[in-house]
Design a protein around this ligand. Structure first.
Ligand code: THU
Length: 161
């Protein structure tokens, strides 16, 4: 027998940054600022990320490209790996992502590889990573975990022999 199964996800849509608490607006601002340091020579698409650890520490990230295109890395993983390098036992509370040049449509959401990396982080720290995806002077999408952006995902349970 075959059945159709449905996966649903929940996220919040905020009309503007001002609908969020001050500390979230601050994090979005830092993500916006981090995009200035992107090295986006090839795509001209500058992405900024900023993550807030549960202890309040803030780590920025931006995309860093390479002439060998796949060697480039997204802003989200730049921030995440930088954080884990200095705080291997740290817990990410929230990550903000801003692409300042994207205007007049919904904010940019993380690519599949970054979703996978964020999911690994959730499993590593045993708690969800909240995501804020914002447009400058525009709406913000909020998810309560990375897992909610990656249904039917691959994780370490599949590696069991
Ligand atoms: N990029 C990010 O940094 N984050 C995303 O969420 C989407 C894509 C980067 C990768 C590449 O440097 C450029 O944006 C165009 O894909």
């Amino acid at each position: 027998m075959s059945t159709t199964r449905k996966v649903t996800t929940t996220y919040m849509h905020h009309a503007s940054w001002s609908a969020l608490p001050k500390e979230d607006q601050e994090l979005l601002k830092l993500a916006q600022r981090a995009a200035r340091n992107a090295y986006a020579k090839y795509s001209k698409f500058k992405v900024g990320a900023a993550l807030r650890m549960t202890d309040g520490e803030i780590i920025p990230g931006s995309n860093q490209e390479n002439a060998a295109f796949p060697a480039g890395i997204c802003a989200e993983r730049t921030a995440l790996h930088a954080a884990m390098t200095v705080m291997p036992r740290g817990q990410v509370d929230t990550m903000a992502i801003v692409v300042p040049q994207v205007k007049g449509r919904d904010p940019v959401t993380p690519c599949g590889i970054c979703r996978q990396a964020l999911l690994e982080q959730e499993n590593r720290q045993g708690s969800p990573v909240r995501l804020l995806m914002g447009n400058v002077r525009g709406p913000v999408l909020e998810t309560f975990s990375a897992e909610s952006l990656l249904p039917l995902s691959f994780d370490s349970s599949f590696l069991r022999k």
